[in-house]
Design a protein around this ligand. Structure first.
Ligand SMILES: *[C@@H]1O[C@H](CO)[C@@H](O)[C@H](O)[C@H]1NC(C)=O
Ligand SMILES: *[C@@H]1O[C@H](CO)[C@@H](O)[C@H](O)[C@H]1NC(C)=O
Ligand SMILES: *[C@@H]1O[C@H](CO)[C@@H](O)[C@H](O)[C@H]1NC(C)=O
Ligand SMILES: *[C@@H]1O[C@H](CO)[C@@H](O)[C@H](O)[C@H]1NC(C)=O
Ligand SMILES: *[C@@H]1O[C@H](CO)[C@@H](O)[C@H](O)[C@H]1NC(C)=O
Length: 429
């Protein structure tokens, strides 16, 4: 018989690969006929070639749903020989259970379900929360309530109320279930009767230990533990046959695994998991985009604020930066900036100029700015070349803007008008 095993690839997209593998340990499979429901019959059916009689073990998992801590769930153990069984599930809604199905060849041969969620119903007649249920006897661990990978733990009990030799099951939800090997049972004064077990289970695995005796399975109660880390990193007890929470599809078909009604277990599980992953991915993507937009917004706001802070009223007469700036559309040409312009002395003439020791050459004479056409020299030509050029005093008025400076964007769009009076450089006195 071949089995379908879904391997979950741990990636963002959670691709599920369906592989057909060679014979698995489970010679048969089983399914919940309906979702486990409070006080309703739970039906389980067998398919494939198992060896009757079969048995099913239902273990409470997780904490009780009652806030006052009352535990009403009893371990259920049922034997049956046909291909299905039905029994009342006296578990309250919003509690979890794990089911293990076995046939005559050994414990857990049919596989172990994941932690299934009990669905609510209008029937609560089977629940009596007035007091907690207690097992016939208690299984204990030493060190107490602790399992560590590859480290010996003593499983012990008090002999009174135990019928015959107790035996223990290890149940890993959605994984392997097995009988805990028992050897060298002895009795000590402080830890009763018991034996030492070295869990060959990888650290981080959640598992249940179930106590059984001749009166039935689960008479010693159950304990849910997470296998702890071996501080010496000893994994010498582990090998490929070690019990594990296998990567395969948990047994039991499709059933709810949490309060929101998400399914787990069977083939429909995978699609649900995928939907969850896709929804998660989409939500994550949207959140990421929002975060990006927020970051972008704040960066823009900051730069805008910085720009605002750097803005000063335009004052061409004082600003030093003005020299560094290229001539923008709104700025006066270089020549209109006051600094380089030297207003000639109105009394200027050749004699004062010759104080430097020689007559000025034409190129050395003060002239109008090079960009302004020299109307006198060009229009009247040679006639006046002989005469010394006397410049009329010029006042340049740079009109400063009143009021606050314009906003950055607006300033660039609207051309600024600069009014300057004529230079009159070529009109003689
Ligand atoms: C529930 O299961 C019990 C035991 O198998 C059976 O007697 C009873 O008729 C079932 N009830 C329903 C509603 O199926
Ligand atoms: C207890 O479990 C064992 C192993 O699966 C099984 O053979 C036996 O029938 C069960 N006993 C009861 C009373 O269910
Ligand atoms: C615990 O709470 C449940 C309901 O929340 C109540 O019915 C029950 O009586 C309580 N049990 C005890 C022991 O107080
Ligand atoms: C043994 O069982 C009886 C009745 O079920 C109970 O009163 C008693 O406390 C139990 N003894 C131990 C040691 O658990
Ligand atoms: C009981 O067995 C454990 C190991 O299983 C051993 O360490 C301990 O010494 C034994 N105690 C007695 C009293 O034999």
């Amino acid at each position: 018989m071949t089995g379908l095993v879904a391997l979950t690839v741990p990636s963002a997209t959670k691709v599920l690969l369906l592989l057909e593998l060679l014979p698995l340990t489970a010679a048969f499979s089983w399914t919940f006929q309906s979702a486990p429901t409070q006080c309703q019959n739970l039906s389980i059916s067998i398919s494939g070639g198992g060896t009757p009689p079969y048995s099913v073990l239902i273990i409470p998992s997780g904490s009780t749903p009652f806030t006052n801590g009352t535990e009403v769930r009893k371990i259920i153990s049922q034997q049956f020989s046909s291909n299905s069984v039905s029994f009342q599930l006296a578990y309250p809604a919003e509690s979890q259970l794990v089911a293990v199905v076995s046939d005559a060849t050994g414990f857990g041969t049919g596989g172990t379900s994941a932690e299934a969620e009990v669905v609510s119903s209008s029937d609560s007649s089977c629940i009596d929360a007035s007091k907690s249920v207690v097992p016939d006897w208690y299984l204990n661990l030493d060190p107490s309530n602790q399992l560590v990978q590859c480290t010996a733990t003593r499983i012990w009990w008090t002999s009174s109320n135990v019928s015959g030799n107790p035996f223990f099951f290890g149940v890993i939800p959605g994984g392997d279930s097995f009988v805990i090997p028992e050897s060298n049972v002895n009795t000590t004064s402080d830890t009763g009767t018991g034996f030492s077990w070295t869990p060959n289970v990888r650290e981080g695995t959640t598992m249940h230990i179930v106590g059984n005796d001749n009166n039935g399975n689960g008479t010693g109660g159950s304990s849910r533990l997470t296998v702890g880390q071996n501080l010496q990193n000893d994994n010498s007890c582990l090998n490929s046959n070690s019990p594990s929470s296998t990567a395969g599809t948990p047994a039991g078909g499709s059933y709810p695994t949490d309060t929101s009604g998400d399914s787990s277990g069977g083939s429909s599980t995978s699609s649900n998991t995928n939907v969850g992953a896709i929804v998660g991915g989409v939500v994550g993507g949207v959140l990421g985009l929002l975060a990006l937009l927020l970051i972008f917004y704040f960066i823009r706001r900051r730069t805008r604020q910085n720009r605002k802070n750097n803005e000063k009223p335009v004052d061409l007469l004082q600003s030093d930066e003005g020299d560094e700036r290229p001539n923008g559309p709104g700025e006066p040409p270089e020549y209109y900036r006051p600094d380089p312009f030297i207003v000639p002395d109105p009394t200027y003439d050749e004699s004062s100029a010759s104080a430097s020791g020689r007559p000025l050459s034409a190129s050395e004479r003060p002239t109008s700015r090079s960009g302004t056409p020299d109307i006198a020299s060009s229009s009247t030509g040679t006639k006046k070349t002989g005469a010394p050029r006397v410049l009329r005093p010029v006042n340049i008025i740079q009109h400063d803007d009143a009021g606050p400076s314009e906003v950055g964007g607006k300033k660039e769009e609207e051309p600024e008008t600069i009014e300057l009076p004529p230079a009159y450089t070529n009109i003689r006195k």
